[in-house]
Unconditional design. Structure first.
Length: 116
């Protein structure tokens, strides 16, 4: 969140708190309907403040935009990814049979590995 949006958010939330506190500590002594009206106005401010704080700025990346590639940002290219490990037959993917440390779990996995 950039500084401008942060300042707007805190100003709006500060106004909300001031409205609530003033309504029920001072204004209610003279006019309860005015205090209720102040609270209704204060009730609308937090969602508006959240919208303002989360608004997309012109320099912010949007959710469906592809991230910039390293070469577009002027960074050196990433090294190539290592090749995936070779495929193994079912049940042979563990380094050592029964290596989980839980014999009951090992028996369950062995039973599942034998199924077609």
């Amino acid at each position: 969140m950039n500084a401008r949006r942060r300042h707007w958010y805190f100003a709006m939330m500060g106004t909300c708190v001031v409205l609530f506190v003033t309504a029920w500590s001072v204004v209610r002594l003279w006019s309860v309907p005015a205090a209720i009206a102040m609270c209704l106005v204060a009730m609308v401010i937090p969602p508006v403040a959240a919208i303002v704080a989360n608004r997309r700025g012109p320099e912010d990346r949007w959710w469906d935009e592809a991230p910039l590639r390293p070469r577009d940002r002027g960074e050196p290219p990433l090294p190539p990814a290592p090749p995936p490990p070779p495929k193994t037959p079912a049940g042979q993917d563990r380094q050592v049979r029964g290596s989980s440390g839980d014999p009951e779990s090992d028996r369950w996995w062995d039973e599942l590995d034998r199924r077609p």
